[in-house]
Design a protein around this ligand. Structure first.
Ligand code: PBG
Length: 325
């Protein structure tokens, strides 16, 4: 037989390679996580998320402007609650003048076009460090959902474009959608952390927000990393309940889950390249064992190729700067 098929022809030059390239990253796919703390003129490096900072609101606004100028369309806000404001039922999470609500208002005023998304879960506000209310060492579902729906409403009232429930309670998407509809927030979207696994890779984030569970772990609400079919169930339920975008989290160890969702559902898929996944690359790069930029691009591209339309990543600004070159 005469040789006909030579796949290497399509790799022969940079021009040909880029012509047949199947996946491209784009700045508008990127969502930037933002950590906000009380105070003024504060910019604190998060050692476990190297190159990433928590900032007071004044400096956060400068940062968000910079992020928007780079072409990034969305920020995902996390507010660190002061220790003495924490309780078991997340009272501070509903404070219309709380740090989160003030931040939403100030960011929307400073950069009205940016899409502001907000984390909805009780853990930063909980003296127990859990995403829901604790009774007898159990995370009770329905009372937690009630508070979470009010929290979503409070973020919508402050001007959030999307609420992003990361708590994994049952039925929370329906409760939030109803709450938003009943209060005429028809335009406010829900980005649901649908398939959120009980992962060790959230470690640096919990360190950053001081939100580690006071007892036990999160395995009664976050998913078992061994499960794939269960992710389909969670994702389908959330779409039925009214989620506009669904999320798989973490990203890298769950690329199969992302792909499976992409093949079967009709809503945009977001993946969260989480703090621990980022920290691994940064630590290896610091040792000189990996090239940071190459590892960043290959990793992020793999998440997109797997099927993520949107990617939350701590590399946000570096990727945007690279793509804008
Ligand atoms: C809180 C929340 C967590 C993350 C996002 N929202 C931590 C957790 O569930 O314990 C993790 C993000 C990251 O690791 O980058 N509900």
């Amino acid at each position: 037989m005469i040789q006909k098929s030579r796949p290497r022809r399509l790799r022969h030059s940079a021009s040909i390679r880029s012509m047949v390239e199947e996946t491209q990253l784009s700045v508008s796919d990127i969502i930037a996580p933002i950590f906000i703390v009380e105070g003024e003129n504060i910019e604190k490096h998060i050692d476990a998320i190297p190159g990433y900072y928590k900032r007071s609101l004044d400096l956060t606004i400068k940062e968000v402007k910079e992020i928007f100028d780079l072409g990034i369309k969305s920020v995902l806000l996390f507010a660190q609650c002061e220790e003495d404001l924490k309780d078991n039922v997340g009272t501070e999470a509903l404070n219309a003048d709380g740090l989160m609500q003030r931040s939403i208002r100030a960011i929307k005023e400073a950069v009205p076009e940016i899409c502001v998304m907000t984390d909805v879960a009780l853990d930063p506000y909980s003296s127990m460090g859990h995403d829901g209310i604790v009774e007898n060492e159990q995370i009770v579902n329905d009372p937690s959902v009630e508070v979470l729906a009010k929290m979503a409403l409070s973020h919508a009232e402050a001007g959030a474009d999307f609420v992003a429930p990361s708590d994994m309670m049952d039925g929370r998407i329906l409760a939030m959608r109803n709450m938003l509809e009943e209060n005429d927030f028809h335009h406010v979207g829900i980005l649901s952390y649908s398939a959120k696994y009980a992962s060790c890779f959230y470690g640096p984030f919990r360190f950053a927000l001081d939100s580690a569970p006071a007892f036990g772990d999160k395995k009664t609400y976050q998913m078992n990393p061994a499960n794939r079919i269960e992710a389909q169930k969670e994702i389908n339920l959330d779409i039925e309940e009214g989620a506009d975008i669904i999320m798989v989290k973490p990203a890298l160890s769950y690329l199969d889950i992302i792909r499976e969702a992409k093949n079967s559902i009709k809503v945009p898929i977001c993946a969260y390249h989480v703090s621990g996944e980022y920290a691994m690359i940064m630590a290896a790069a610091e040792k000189g064992w990996l090239d940071e930029e190459e590892a960043m691009l290959e990793t992020t591209l793999s998440i997109k190729r797997a099927g993520a339309d949107l990617i939350v990543t701590y590399f946000c600004k570096k990727i945007a700067a690279y793509l804008n070159q």
